[in-house]
Design a protein around this ligand. Structure first.
Ligand code: C2E
Ligand code: CA
Ligand code: CA
Length: 731
């Protein structure tokens, strides 16, 4: 038990760490850069595809400079990835801080990018004439991340002081100018602060801290000597820890490779040519073949573990896209897309797997189970082939297979942990989205759910995209909740309620997907489909002898803006030969009873066509009753708050009494929904409301269940013709 408690504490700690806004901003930043990373990866693959025939063919076709094409793409993507990261981190932090104004969301990106560029672009050219742009590429990634996070935090802090915000208004220049001027002083101060630090560093002789740190990292290896397992373990540890931080570990430790492991390779090759046995275990191909299967971190094992056990679609898709490049040991898509970089969940296996692989492979070579490498092989030759080519023996490939299985086994528990964390985060975000959907209610001021910033808004966008396909994929269906005359116990109508069974998430609450459909405008098509499904069912029921039941279908505000809506509804009724009084359209009070709705031509046309309306959630609105005077409605449905409060609140009772009075005088039906128990039912009846919908009688049912339920009440209370062919109803 205590162990489980500790496990849960670690899980919660990790969950908190994963949600940390700064780490989230880094992950989001990397994800936003993914299209560029994929393009850059393709360029690497095009240029380095390890087949001599391919290389010769390309040279023959395009000339000796054919690789320039790939280089251009690489320079434009990986070559400036650190600048892109600065932009993205600024953007993600603005999203996280819930910055509403679109212009304010851009400013942190600009501040982060300018700060980073001002520090990096002015670096002196490196020894050997290397271009200073180098720090804008993956080499500057960690610095870009750190500088951007710091710069954005300082900028945000400074923005809090009103004295630093310049008020500027000019009708002629528009909002951009005022926003830019208002953020000007905090932005300039942030850049100045960093530039000052750089100038101070230079004054103390620290011209290029990156370069110094990188140089220092490779120093200890020289003292350690090449043919020791300890050196190899430290090499793998440092190389992969750097990769984890977003630094190109293999490049940083290139001097170590050059001084220790390439000579080892050359010694083995020379011995082989001289007919002598090779003696050096740790060589360049040793690391390329055995400890970097699929790239740094031996991520082919991670990729397979994800495809085996991860349930998150995003992670699986990233892995699928990574399969081809990973075969050639190019794993940037996985490192930056999943991401692995700076992801606390994967730090342990990402470093442990290569270290373990170097130890296993060392003993395999030491005990003579696998011959030592005698040929140099290019780093991007696919796994198993390179093992064979380097050793001239299938045992080289077998050792790779063993190491790959170990990698999968080590990565698996972390993939399962990641899966749990992602599921937890998904549920938390989904709950926030559902709360937002219930909170707001329909508005006509533009999208509600789609404009939520950050991860929740992102989730809303993904769901909206899925919803567009839902009809075609048969994921939508209707349920029907009986409406009962409590005086007789007979069902006289049903409310049809739309349902969405998402293939991965399961059932999505209608408040969420209807809200999304309203945001995208898709509700117009979905709503018509719902009406057609409901009317079609009326036809089926009438054919089966169930004639005196009507169906009420919910209608959203957006549908009432479509001038052709009433005639389309009439067309559906005619198509299925269902009388107009079998259908009711439910419109919420907040939509229907506003003064401008009295002028709504769509509503006028619905009235002209005798299509009946029910006013939903009636009683708590602040609207005028102009509409009720102008167009009589068939039914008022009491707001659920009134129904729920009826036992506890005197004022609810009084409101219901007066609504009941209004209905009697205007000859309107009154219906109470959300009636869950007998006490509420009796109270509502005593207040003059005897039409009841709610769990007390029945929850929403499938078409077949609803048919059985209704037929039962009709049989029990008579007055309805006996149903015919009930078994096939509602199918
Ligand atoms: P609504 O029109 O007020 O629908 C009544 C809601 O109350 C339904 O929730 C129903 O399942 C629930 N309900 C009924 N009786 C009880 C009860 O006794 N206890 C409790 N706790 N709940 C009860 P549902 O199905 O989740 O629908 C939510 C809202 O989604 C609906 O509220 C409606 O505004 C919207 N909606 C559903 N289907 C459609 C549709 O086809 N078109 C449009 N435009 N909106 C729809
Ligand atoms: Ca309704
Ligand atoms: Ca309602």
């Amino acid at each position: 038990m205590p162990q489980r408690g500790r496990k849960n504490t670690v899980f919660q700690w990790l969950a908190g760490l994963v949600k940390n806004p700064y780490l989230t901003a880094v992950r989001e930043g990397l994800t936003l850069a993914l299209p560029l990373i994929i393009a850059g990866t393709l360029a690497i693959l095009i240029n380095t595809f390890p087949l001599p025939a391919y290389q010769e063919y390309m040279t023959g076709l395009f000339g000796p400079e054919w690789k320039l094409f790939g280089d251009y793409i690489h320079n434009g993507t990986f070559g400036v990835i650190s600048v892109i990261m600065a932009l993205n981190i600024g953007h993600s932090l603005a999203e996280d801080h819930n910055v509403k104004h679109p212009l304010n969301r851009v400013t942190p990106s600009i501040v982060a990018t300018v700060t980073f560029s001002s520090l990096m672009c002015t670096m002196e050219p490196l020894a050997g004439g290397a271009f200073a742009m180098r720090w804008l590429s993956v080499h500057g990634l960690l610095l870009s991340i750190v500088i951007s996070l710091l710069a954005c935090s300082i900028f945000r802090f400074l923005l809090r002081f009103p004295v630093l915000r310049v008020a500027f208004y000019s009708g002629s220049t528009g909002a951009s100018m005022s926003q830019a001027i208002s953020a000007m002083i905090p932005a300039i101060l942030t850049v100045l602060l960093f530039a000052g630090c750089k100038a101070a560093a230079k004054a103390y002789g620290l011209e290029n801290p990156n370069e110094s740190i990188y140089r220092m990292l490779s120093l200890p290896f020289q003292a350690m000597g090449s043919n020791h397992i300890e050196t190899a373990v430290v090499y793998e540890f440092v190389r992969n820890a750097l990769w984890f931080l977003g630094i190109h570990g293999s490049n940083v430790l290139e001097p170590v490779m050059q001084e220790l492991y390439i000579p080892g390779m050359q010694a083995n090759a020379a011995a082989y040519l001289a007919g002598l046995p090779p003696t050096v275990i740790f060589t360049k191909p040793f690391f390329d073949c055995y400890t970097s299967i699929g790239g740094a971190g031996s991520t082919l094992g991670l990729l397979i573990a994800i495809l085996l056990r991860h349930r998150d679609n995003g992670a699986k898709n990233i892995s699928r896209i990574s399969i081809l490049p990973s075969i050639f040991n190019i794993n940037e898509i996985l490192l930056f897309g999943l991401p692995v970089v700076l992801n606390p969940v994967f730090i342990v296996p990402f470093i442990l797997v290569p270290v373990l692989a170097s130890v296993i492979s060392y003993f395999a070579c030491l005990w003579g189970l696998v011959p030592l490498a005698i040929h140099d092989v290019a780093w991007n030759i696919p796994v198993f082939i390179d093992g064979y080519l380097a050793t001239d023996s299938p045992r080289g490939s077998l050792l790779q297979l063993f190491n790959l299985v170990v990698a999968i086994a080590v990565y698996l528990p972390f993939v399962i942990l990641d899966n749990r964390l992602k599921a937890q985060q998904f549920n938390e975000n989904f709950k926030k989205l559902a709360d937002a959907a219930v909170d707001g209610g329909p508005t006509d001021i533009g999208p509600r759910l789609l404009s939520i910033p950050g991860l929740i808004g992102g989730m809303a966008h993904n769901l909206a995209a899925d919803l567009k396909m839902a009809l075609k994929r048969n994921e939508l269906y209707m349920e029907f909740q009986p409406q009962v005359d409590s005086d007789t116990g007979r069902v006289y109508g049903v409310e049809s309620l739309m349902r969405w069974q998402h293939p991965h998430i399961g059932r999505i609450p209608p408040s969420v997907f209807i809200g999304l459909a309203e945001d995208t405008g898709h509700i117009v098509a979905l709503g018509l489909w719902g009406i057609e499904e409901s009317v079609r069912l009326m036809r089926v029921w009438r054919d089966a002898g169930l004639r005196d039941v009507s169906v009420a279908v919910n209608v959203s505000a957006r549908q009432l803006e479509d001038a052709s809506f009433p005639d389309k509804v009439m067309g559906i009724l005619n198509k299925h030969r269902v009388p107009v009084d079998c259908l009711k359209l439910e419109v919420t009070e907040s939509i229907a009873l506003t003064s401008h709705m009295a002028e709504n031509r769509v509503l006028a046309r619905l009235h002209a066509l005798n299509i009946r309306l029910a006013i939903d959630d009636f009683g708590m609105g602040h609207s005028s009753l102009t509409y009720l005077k102008k167009f009589p409605v068939a039914t008022l449905k009491l707001d659920a708050i009134l129904t729920r409060d009826v036992l506890a609140s005197r004022s609810s009772c009084e409101i219901i009494l007066s609504i009941a009075e209004l209905c009697r005088s205007l000859n309107i039906d009154l219906l109470a929904e959300y009636v869950e128990d007998e006490a509420h039912l009796l109270k509502l009846r005593s207040l003059g409301c005897s039409n009841i919908q709610g769990y007390f009688y029945s929850p929403p049912l499938s078409a077949g269940e609803a048919f059985t339920f209704i037929s039962g009440t009709h049989k029990a209370y008579g007055a309805s013709p006996p149903p015919r062919g009930g078994a096939e109803c509602g199918l």
